[in-house]
Design a binder for this molecule. Sequence first.
Ligand code: NAD
Ligand code: IPM
Ligand code: MN
Length: 355
Amino acid sequence: MKEFRIAIYPGDGIGVEVTDHTVRLLREIEKSCDDFRLKMDTFPWGADYYFEHGSMVPENYLEILKEFDAIFLGAIGDPERIPDHLTLAPLIGIRQSFDQYACVRPAKLFKGVNTPLANREAGNIDMVVIRENSEGEYIDNGGRFKKGKPDEFAVQTGLHTRKGIERILRFGFERARKSRNHLTLITKSNALKYSYVLWDEIFEEIKPQYADVETAKFHIDASVMNFVRWPDRFDVVVASNLFGDILTDLSGCLVGGLGLAPSANINPERDFPSMFEPVHGSAPDIAGQGIANPTAAFLSAAMMLDWLDLTQPANLIRTSIESTLEAGESTADLGGSLTSTEYTDRVLSRLEVSA
Ligand code: NAD
Ligand code: IPM
Ligand code: MN
């Protein structure tokens, strides 16, 4: 019997709601497979913790999380009460401190789900954005000067290293080999003449080593246009930290919305735990109503099981979700009328059938 230790970090708003449903799903799947156990420890870090303790997380949060095989995170953010850059610091801290440099964000249009694009159906959109997750625009480097004065200014510097660019490109190429052998690189090297020119150069250097993979290259502005007009042309897409962030709200939206968009923050060397979380945030506009779509969280949990080499239960989650959606059973964001709990019940009932 294999046992895995999972840190559960629900966060705020619908992060807590979708995490509750995910834990329920994982408990059920554990029951139907008798070769593994998940030891889940929950950490109630978020806005309420902040008001009680004066910090978003305990000082030793990374030490605590380091002991786990994987981390599952719901979503963080309570923008009415705490500025986002304070709330979200631990999330970025985990990604960077645990060198989770490959952020994997698939976007696949399922049967039974409407895309906002005309004349597209399941099978037309099946891409994965590989977002550089350890450096770029997200590093903590900058400052605010002359605060409150008329000539106040802020400096924020991106950092793009040869090592960081090369490893994410190689990760993307390897992923393309397991997919449809196509990789698109997204930069902005026409205007950002240092950082993204380095990206372009390293891409050209290593491309011949993956001659079996067909490639394409666009600037970020053209990419958002092409995601909308030619989503079928994208397979594996590699982008920097900020561009990958922006692109994956769009890719999620193209396949039915953020309620369906999963993500994995991977440390490929397995020196540290990897973290699995939906792309979406805490959605204050619908929090507390019991209507959040937990699918993105479920699919993120399936990616976590894949990472732990529990492929069969991961596939079981995916097929149960796909048949539920195909049957037109969905939450309000997809035009359905089910609550999160009712939708989870439908997914769970299909697990039993397939197990
Ligand atoms: P959001 O992703 O929370 O919501 C965007 C829109 O999508 C909203 O209309 C919301 O209702 C809808 N939506 C998102 N997830 C949904 C789901 N599962 N089911 C149904 N509808 C869903 O983005 P936002 O409103 O810009 O941000 C809210 C807060 O979350 C902010 O504090 C932000 O900083 C934070 N945030 C956190 C994360 C994270 O923790 N990983 C990610 C993104 C945003
Ligand atoms: C995401 C989120 C985060 C990011 C925010 C909340 C810091 O938008 O995971 O996509 O920008 O990475
Ligand atoms: Mn985002």
